[in-house]
Write a protein of this length. Structure first.
Length: 220
């Protein structure tokens, strides 16, 4: 399978390409304000390096959130628009699950808790259990809460990751993922989609929706 994925739900975003079920490249940027102009160019470069045309992509993927209200829409709109134009399908994954997948590298932990900064002193989060050394992707209950309200969920064997965990590192102390595995990566979104496509069908572009977990908040 050839798959092109976009990750824009968090400040670190970009694109990644899978060719014949193997990741062949990604481009990233740590600037949420630049996602909309960066990702399409990055995708074009990745396809050129892989010797592919747009028509060679079988499935377009993106994280559906939660995360930045604008950011989630950027990646999802890119994937849906490109898929619609090419007559292809779309597959979306949780941005929290993608962060968990990127952070989990084994070891003596029992669960992974990815956290995304939700502003207003809140975080989006989820708890992914580790069973027989494997990260359980679903079913998982996602939430929006204040960091202090989830401290009781953190144990010595909980691995915390994501920009929300990094921002509130003083609360969580020694339970943080290594810095090089802390944040989201488009490659993790691509590989998570590839894994989940084995048991879930892709969608028509019009049926792929964002997941926000709370209403947008506008300030003067």
């Amino acid at each position: 399978m050839n798959l092109l994925a976009f990750e824009t739900a968090t400040p670190r975003g970009g694109a990644a390409v899978v060719v014949n079920d193997a990741l062949v490249g990604q481009r990233t940027i740590d600037d949420a304000q630049a996602h909309s102009r960066f990702c399409l160019k990055a995708a074009e470069e990745l396809l050129a390096e892989a010797g592919l045309q747009w028509s060679d992509i079988d499935v377009y993927a993106a994280s559906h959130g939660p995360g930045s209200f604008t950011g989630v829409r950027v990646g999802l709109t890119l994937a849906k628009s490109l898929a619609y134009a090419a007559g292809k399908q779309v597959f979306t994954v949780s941005s929290l699950a993608a962060i968990a997948r990127n952070s989990y590298q084994g070891g003596a932990i029992t669960e992974v808790m990815p956290l995304i900064d939700a502003r207003m002193d809140e975080v989006y989060g989820a708890i992914h259990r580790i069973v027989d050394g494997a990260l359980v992707l679903e079913p998982v209950k996602e939430f929006c809460a204040k960091p202090n309200d989830i401290l009781n969920l953190v144990t010595p064997t909980t691995l915390l990751c994501g920009e929300g965990a990094r921002r509130h590192a003083d609360l969580f102390r020694g339970n943080l993922a290594p810095e090089d595995r802390m944040l989201s990566e488009p490659s993790a979104t691509a590989l998570l989609a590839l894994t989940m496509l084995k048991s879930h069908p892709p969608q028509e572009p019009a049926r792929a929706n964002a997941v926000y977990w709370r209403d947008p908040v506008r300030k003067p």
